[in-house]
Write a protein that binds this ligand. Structure first.
Ligand code: SF4
Length: 433
């Protein structure tokens, strides 16, 4: 049977290799999953695909090496616990990326992220877009991820249980990285859904495939974008923005910073079997949800210190390490090992970096992307590595060339070297680190 891989994209599936295997991206609401959902994904990961799950920088979970005829069974079992992949790839509003630090504004940003995900996923008015549309809800300006989104809401404060957000739009990475513009400061949350809808409509109606929203601002200017948006907003209907649970879905205690436990993964890789053990350990101590963080780790919030210590002991017993210790932020995309677009074996490179710079990485942030799509977000890491070209040598073998980015201020990182061989890249990093 001939498979229409292009048509599968809207279902969150990409053709991964010549053999026709598939990557499936599960869209999580704000990176959050219950331990019951984690247990189902763990079982599916052991039964199907590579046996290893990939935690993405946008709080999604990816399966690799799936076969087409396995999909109905996988989708059915995910649906039974409220999980889906619709709109995780292709021309759609992608998974909503949300801050996972349990800090200021956490309960507001989580609820908004969930609301946006449910609003846009599978909604035919917002599918068939020229390309992807990425939304983030950030609790603060740390990490500057608001700059790389098509639309970002950054939490400012709250009054009587209603939150306010700064709104940024038109950012994106790829071949021509462009920082988002500030659209408006301190917008009430009740205005955000009509605003998000209007910005997606401006994109849908004024940009040709396969361009992103940023191209509209780059080619026609910010003033014209604002004019188009004002026209669209004039037609928008107000919507109710009530929350039956009054932002109490994910309550955060006062000492969340001391209680939170981050489980580091290397390059976002997690054995499905280990995820199952983690879910069981969490459930045993009364922790009922986990978060996939923007740095490809898992985070949990135990109820108190005793529960936290029990959780650390249980996780150590089943093979997790590095708990409660300082660790480096090392974001890594799947690269050529599992992605058709990949120009470099990013994970092998990451392993090399870990060994070479073992004592220098802690407290630093490094990101490695296998192509200019920049899935590991190298332009918002302290040091970013991007495979920008593949060169054929005299022996007929192809080898990657790398660009190096350095970020010092609050803007996107700047490219400080380009087209480096691997040896030149290591020499450049030796000098930086
Ligand atoms: S950055 Fe490129 S190689 Fe890496 S996962 Fe994204 S598309 Fe694939």
């Amino acid at each position: 049977m001939k498979i229409d891989f292009k048509a599968l994209r809207i279902e969150g599936l990409y053709n991964q290799n010549e053999a026709g295997q598939l990557m499936m991206r599960v869209k999580l609401a704000s990176g959050l999953l219950s331990v019951a959902q984690a247990a189902v994904l763990a079982r599916l990961g052991q039964e199907y695909g590579s046996g290893t799950l990939h935690l993405s920088t946008r709080g999604s979970i990816e399966f690799h090496d799936l076969e087409f005829d396995q999909l109905p069974q996988i989708q059915r079992r995910m649906a039974a616990v409220g999980l889906f992949s619709r709109g995780a790839c292709g021309g759609a509003v992608r998974g909503i990326s949300t801050s996972t630090g349990f800090g200021r504004g956490f309960q507001f940003t989580q609820v908004l992220g969930r609301k946006l995900l449910l609003h846009f996923s599978g909604n035919p008015h917002f599918e068939g877009l020229p390309k992807k549309f990425k939304i983030a809800v950030e609790a603060d300006y740390d990490g500057s991820r608001h700059l790389i989104q098509d639309l970002a809401f950054v939490y400012v404060d709250q009054e009587e249980g209603k939150a306010f957000y700064d709104v940024w739009t038109g950012g994106g990475l790829g071949r021509a990285p462009q920082a988002a513009i500030l659209y408006r400061r301190r917008v009430a949350e009740s205005e955000l859904l009509p605003l998000a809808e209007s910005i997606v409509r401006v994109y849908r109606d004024n940009v040709q495939p396969p361009k992103r929203l940023k191209s509209l601002i780059a080619t026609r200017g910010e003033d014209e974008f604002r004019r188009l948006l004002a026209e669209e907003l004039a037609k928008a209907e107000p919507v109710q923005f009530s929350d039956a649970f009054d932002k109490a879905l994910l309550p955060v205690s006062g000492d969340a910073a001391a209680l939170k436990l981050v489980v580091p993964t290397f390059a976002g890789e997690l054995k499905a079997q280990l995820l199952g053990k983690l879910a069981a350990a969490a459930e045993a101590v009364g922790v009922d949800y986990l978060l996939v963080t923007a740095d490809q780790n898992l985070a949990m919030l135990p109820a108190d210190q005793q529960c936290r210590q029990q959780l650390i002991a249980a996780l150590s017993e089943v093979g997790f390490s590095g708990l409660d210790q300082p660790f480096a932020v090392l974001r890594v995309c799947p690269g050529s090992q599992e992605c058709r677009m990949g120009l470099a074996a990013t994970r092998e490179l990451a392993e090399q970096f870990q060994q070479r710079y073992a004592d220098k990485l802690n407290g630093r942030s490094l990101a490695i992307s296998g192509c200019s799509n920049s899935c590991a977000q190298p332009q918002v890491a302290e040091l970013g590595v991007l495979a920008s070209k593949s060169v054929k040598g005299e022996d007929g073998q192809r080898t990657p060339r790398f660009d190096l980015y350095r970020r010092t201020g609050e803007a996107l990182g700047e490219r400080v070297a380009e087209r480096l061989t691997e040896a030149e890249l290591l020499a450049a990093l030796d000098a930086e680190l």
